[in-house]
Design a protein around this ligand. Sequence first.
Ligand code: GLA
Length: 700
Amino acid sequence: MIKKNGNIFRLETENTTLILRADTAEYLYYGKKTEAAGDVTVLRGRPRRFVSCLGKDAEYSEQAVSVFNADGGFVSDFLFSKARILSEKPEIPGLPSSYGEGKTLELKYIDKTKLTLCLYYTVFEDGDVIAVSSRLFNGSKKDVRIRRLMSLRLDLCGTDYEIITFNGSWARERSKFSRAIGSGIFANESKKGASSHENNPFVMVRNDAGVYAFNLVYSGNHKELFESDVRFGTTRVFIGMNDYMFDWKLAPGDSFSSPEAVMCFAPDEDTMSLRMHAFVREHIVRGKWKKRERPVLVNNWEGTYFGFNEEKLLAMARSAADLGAELFVLDDGWFGRRDDSSSSLGDWCDYSEKLGGSLASLADKIRALGLSFGIWVEPEMISENSDLYRSHPNFAMKIPGREPFRQRNQLMLNLADERVQNYIVRTIGDVIARSGASYVKWDFNRAFTDCYGKGILPGEYYHRYMLGYYSVVSRLMKKFPFVLFEGCAGGGGRFDLGNMCYFPQFWTSDDTDARERTEIQAGSSYGYPQTVMGAHVSACPNHQTGNNTPLSARFNVACGGLLGYELDVTMFSDEERRAVSEQISFYKENRKLLQFGEHYRLEAENVRGFITVGKDRSEAVAVVNVVAYRPAMPVPVVRFKGLNASALYEVGLRGTDFRFVLSGDLLMNGNIPLDSVLRLMPRESGSIVSGMFIFRKVRS
Ligand code: GLA
């Protein structure tokens, strides 16, 4: 809800309030919900406006907008023009954004050169997230160069904040890091062209008052900038596209829109995660799969890598069907002459010798076993050893006359070029149509270098690529609305809200080791719900770490996301086969709860895990992993979360006869010893000891 009182606007979500003063462009309040009575203008104290005055007013700190203006200088001085409340959320041309019922506040500021800056704040009726974006319109008669346009700038009072970011690398995505802001500037950013494995755009800022979280609905270069101003005692937060190599020419009469940023306030981190989860589920993920239970899949990648033939695939698919899986995904290696990573990207034609016939006939044989068929593609890439490269070398992203940098032996395609976009839509559309795939894994296995497109200004390249990318994925997804698209980028290298507007799920990481996954999934869960996280049981010794982990523990950890199996399922012993069948049928029975329930992290000394609680709190599943075990150590304990304090629950340890009855209150506030897990669950050298507790309410 948005309320207006003169130039004061109150934006109210279910549990938070943001108060803005439009004429002076000031944030007066952002925090827990308040019935603001009286004269809120006394709440000043952030002496600098949230609209840019670069080079004006002795303003030397970071700015949200930087333009080389029509009058030849870098100065712009945006003065308030008008405010409007829009009943519908405006679309951001060419870019993904959140959607849903809610009002939008539009604030307009104009510089004397007739450059107009519009700021948009959308408040959804349900939930606690505010979506913010900005737009520049060049009303002058000369070109303007945009050097930076941040989506959001927020001034927070005080400099006592801790900044929390989620960083890592390939196979080690989204570990939680925090540091005191201190004085000066801190940036979390990506310059890789993609949102990156290294620095996810989801960030938090915390002090005694609570937690502020921010994210960007964008899959390219991003920047989250924090400037602590010890002179004025404020902390400024900027969220937006990275201005790295950015220089956009805005012709007279043209507009440029920033991607959308989102922000949320919550009293603590658990509440913040629940609010972000609800937002992503309701206002980011869309389409036919939004609320549909996701299939249990078997993917052949870690089971075969490139070394398969029709016989092997069908044997795997038969086992997958026997085990109760629902979808068989054929990963890399099925097209062109692709036997390793050195060739064929771009040639999306069947490798018939390897498939024993056409892709369509293989897909039919797999469907005849009672499974759906899914396929892997990496549409944005090109191998130099490919027919596509031989016929269209200029489709590749590289600078004429320079030797391009290769990663995983491949180059990228120049998606800023419309001909390349059309090629991808046509060829990938044909793969989906001829195979009848009901699932597509869209991969992206290298970062940008050698950015170049004929006729494209170098400072516009990264963003024009993203516009091309979004155009391609939205065209394909419109054409195949029933297909489940899973995003992937060498694991979780493009795990962001921009992609989640198109891909209802994303491959979380190429690291499938259960111990590692407890960290990766927990880190990811701060800003993203379990509903978007692909999580697979893989073989042991694990291919990334060499660790051995009991099968039950691998399953438990994978239940923290969308369950799949990624190993040679024909190699199971009879005992393993029985166990996996039971796992899959248990998962199907509890799938709605596990995939769509309220998901909380569990963390205590030597313990990591999660609990997923059903909407009415009558059932829950928790996974607790003892991550460090030493003989005779004190018994680790855990406190559960999200239960109904006054209800009585029967709690059972899956796979054992161990059970007890206890009130929700004591389950959440007492220390529940995990000796049962240590005593009864299997353990392998150096691995986690994992137990799954199942909660059923026995009395309200
Ligand atoms: C990437 C993906 C993997 C797999 C391989 C195939 O690494 O993250 O899951 O699809 O590519 O080459």
